[in-house]
Design a protein around this ligand. Structure first.
Ligand code: IMP
Length: 194
């Protein structure tokens, strides 16, 4: 479905890979995704929702926003670790990495974990809408696979035996938290255009 005269949506990110990925998914709607070059307050909070909402509300108060914009935030929430690394996923990946997570897990059998993505959509005059995507699964006992990035070598999506890093990009996309959130955004934008 192509939206009626949708205008561009700005994406707040330092990651041009994300710009390309989200841009490709929104293209069939006729929506152009442009890079928004602005600083975003990465708030410290217990949930992805709060991180996004706090940062977006600060921007809203600052004013001078070009048009609708989106910001996404993702994390890996491990049940046995009380949801850690969760909102700290990027920092933990940079510091202790997958080996550190496997050490923390040791040989415990309770290995449930969920990848989550929250996308915040800010529309001038309409405020903020949150779209969520999740992928439930489990932490492997060792790193496996070479594809993907971040926690992919230690995350096995539910119903699979392979880690995300052992799957092709298309296979991972069919299960991924981020793509599920993007599909939620597409549904929402399609509904908005009537
Ligand atoms: P971001 O909010 O998309 O930057 O994600 C935060 C961190 O979570 C990243 O730096 C990665 O370490 C991790 N992460 C998010 N999505 C994925 C994924 O699909 N695979 C593996 N790691 C991910």
């Amino acid at each position: 479905m192509v939206m009626k005269d949708p205008g561009p949506i700005y994406l707040l990110t330092g990651n041009t890979g994300k710009l390309k990925e989200i841009g490709r998914w929104l293209q069939p709607l006729g929506v152009e995704v442009r890079l928004m070059e602005r600083t975003f307050l990465e708030a410290q909070a217990d949930s992805l929702e709060e991180v996004i909402l706090t940062g977006m509300e600060v921007m809203e108060k600052e004013g001078d926003i070009e048009g609708p914009f989106i910001k996404d935030d993702s994390g890996l929430f491990i049940d046995a670790l009380g949801g850690f690394p969760g909102v700290y996923s990027a920092y933990v990946q940079r510091t202790i990495g997958n080996k550190g997570i496997l050490d923390l897990m040791g040989d415990r059998n309770d290995r449930g974990a969920t990848f989550r993505t929250v996308i915040g959509l800010y529309q001038p005059g309409e405020g903020i809408t949150l779209l969520r995507g999740e992928c439930p699964g489990a932490i492997s006992f060792e790193e496996r696979g070479k594809q993907g990035f971040g926690y992919d070598p230690i995350f096995i999506p539910r119903g699979e035996e392979r880690t995300f890093a052992e799957m092709s990009v298309d296979e991972k996309n069919s299960l991924s938290h981020r793509i599920r959130a993007i599909k939620g955004l597409i549904d929402y934008l399609s509904r908005c255009s009537g």
